[in-house]
Design a protein around this ligand. Structure first.
Ligand code: G6Q
Length: 547
């Protein structure tokens, strides 16, 4: 296939972007009183209002044409069919199978994967219920009060985000916490608050070779042995989640205490697998199953809905519109929900590791922008830090607002204020404030002509800044599952349009390799010849600090 940016569909969008440049959203809203209803979709407990985008019906039609040119439906079907769509790693991509609740078949190399999935889910359920009910006892016969999940990247960000998002569903009798950083500060500070006799470690690593995770796990094991004596303690205080049985056994964890998953589950798509064990421990298996069910509903929508009514497809194409036709290369994710505070970090990995690529799946360098820079913080805090740039800066930022309509917390008056702030931000970004409006306001406040002249440029908001608003009924396990799956599929669709393999992550390799060489230098207390002068100088300084 010729490069997507050479296609007639792409060229038509370029022309359309020029044509639409003189139609700010404010005008589009004035011309069409039904716009706020027209550009909406509702699915799986999520109401998406995408009317505050620089689009018309024609834009959407052209974007759908682009998705068709990129063969989206065929790629989606290939993924569902278990084809090796992760071509650089020669792997199928079947995280959808992990949450399959219906009759759909998922196969890898002709083999039905559902029996294995169900068997691991059953084991997770039995284990998490044993720990939560106090039937699983530690080495000294005490119940487990604290779980520490040790993992990094895809083996941590998802479960950590979900546990926090579902905090209202957690039992106070079992605290679940996460350690990922190889910086000893994180583990040491946490261990200082825990007792070995009542702590369970979940070592989560697909490969079971990751330096950070194994370093933390070894230190945790030593702490456990120091506190409880004897290797027998490990069997009651360590479980593993991995695809690598040999390495788990070598580490000293009983394979009976290992929960398996498979190479067709990508790290950042793995929270639905046994990697979600900390979630089941934190909120119970029933809630974990509801999370899977919510994702399943979104999967079925993604698989079955026509492109123009398909929520992940629409969200994805809007992102393509800005990245490739409106010079916006950054996406702010702003949950108006404190417990969704790790969602931006989770999506940062999901999106940037998936679509932060510069060559197509065939290895050809692209000539267009691919994945955006993703970042964010919960509102309303975010309003008091970086929103200035989104409103009046020189860069065009795409913003996704995520707003639950109902809170789990009953403090009077708080939730109305949260809702009001979120809706107001989206409104302000869209409509801005003209010079005439700013002038009128200054006059109303009694400013004299000279002051108005001086202040006016600062008080004007250009507006016409795009946002999506994702209204959730409430952050329940089901709605959360659907929300995460929505973003997963959005990322997939964008990867297809850009021609990428969204499921590899070769970009993280080089730094890892060099780190292991530098670690060798630090451990041998010598600086390897051939290092560049900067790195060599920094290694020597690091060595000097150890003396
Ligand atoms: C995600 C990546 C990466 C991975 C971590 C941890 O898609 O593959 O973030 O999850 O590097 O790897 P392990 O689970 O193998 O320890």
């Amino acid at each position: 296939m010729p490069p997507i940016d050479q296609s007639p569909a792409w060229k038509a969008l370029e022309q359309h972007a020029t044509d639409l440049a003189d139609s700010p959203m404010r005008d589009l809203f004035e011309q069409d009183p039904a716009r706020g209803q027209r550009f909406t979709l509702e699915q799986c407990g999520i109401y998406l209002d995408y009317s505050k985008n620089r689009i018309t019906e024609q834009t959407l039609g052209l974007l759908i044409g682009l998705a068709e040119t990129a063969d989206l439906v065929s790629w989606r079907d290939r993924m569902v069919r278990g084809d090796r769509v992760n071509n650089t790693e020669d792997r199928a991509v079947l995280h959808m199978a992990l949450r399959n609740r219906g009759p759909r078949e998922y196969r890898v190399d002709g083999r039905d994967v559902m029996p294995d999935i169900r068997s691991v889910l059953d084991r997770m359920s039995a284990f998490s219920e044993a720990v939560r009910s106090g039937r699983w006892l530690g080495h000294t016969g005490q119940c487990i009060t604290d779980v520490v999940s040790i993992g990094i990247g895809g083996s941590s960000l998802g479960p950590k985000m979900v546990c926090e998002a579902l905090r209202a569903y957690q039992s106070p009798d079992l605290r679940v916490q996460f350690v990922s950083n190889v910086d000893g500060a994180q583990l040491a500070q946490l261990l200082a608050t825990l007792q070995p006799a009542t702590t369970l470690f979940v070592v989560a690593s697909k490969t079971f070779t990751t330096q950070e995770t194994l370093t933390n796990a070894r230190s945790a094991r030593q702490w456990c042995l120091d506190g409880l004596g004897g290797d027998a303690a490990i069997a009651r205080h360590f479980v593993a989640v991995s695809t690598n049985r040999t390495a788990v056994v070598e580490f000293g964890i009983d394979p009976e205490n290992m929960f398996e998953f498979w190479d067709w589950v990508g790290g950042r798509y793995s929270l639905w697998s046994a990697i979600g064990l900390p979630v089941a421990l934190a909120v119970g298996n029933e809630c974990f199953e509801q999370l899977l069910a919510g994702a399943y509903e979104m999967d079925e929508h993604f698989i079955a809905a026509p492109l123009e009514n398909n929520m992940p497809v629409i969200l994805a194409l809007l992102g393509v519109w800005y990245s490739n036709f409106a010079h916006s290369h950054t996406l702010a994710v702003i949950p108006y929900d404190q417990n969704l505070r790790f969602l931006p970090a989770y999506l940062q990995q999901a999106d940037m590791e998936s679509n932060g690529k510069r060559v197509t799946r065939d290895g050809v360098a692209v000539d267009y922008q691919t994945g955006p820079v993703v970042w964010g913080q919960p509102g309303t805090d975010a309003q008091h830090s970086f929103f200035q740039l989104i409103h009046q800066g020189t860069r065009l930022v795409q913003t996704d607002f995520i707003l639950p309509l109902r809170s789990h917390y009953a403090l009077t008056g708080h939730h109305d204020k949260l809702i009001a702030n979120c809706l107001a931000q989206a409104q302000a970004l869209m409509q801005g404030r003209t010079a005439a409006e700013a002038r009128a306001e200054l006059e109303e406040h009694g400013f004299d002509a000279a002051a108005i002249q001086r202040l006016l440029p600062h008080r004007v908001f250009p507006g016409n800044r795009p946002s999506n608003l994702l209204l959730l009924d409430q952050v329940t396990p089901t709605v959360l599952g659907a929300l995460i799956a929505l973003y997963e599929h959005k990322i997939f669709v964008q990867g297809v349009v850009w021609g990428l393999d969204s499921f590899d992550q070769w970009g993280v390799e080089l730094g890892k390799q060099l780190a292991s060489e530098i670690l060798g230098d630090l451990e041998r207390a010598s600086c390897s010849p051939g290092l560049d002068s900067s790195t060599a100088g920094l290694v020597r300084r690091s060595l000097a600090a150890k003396e």
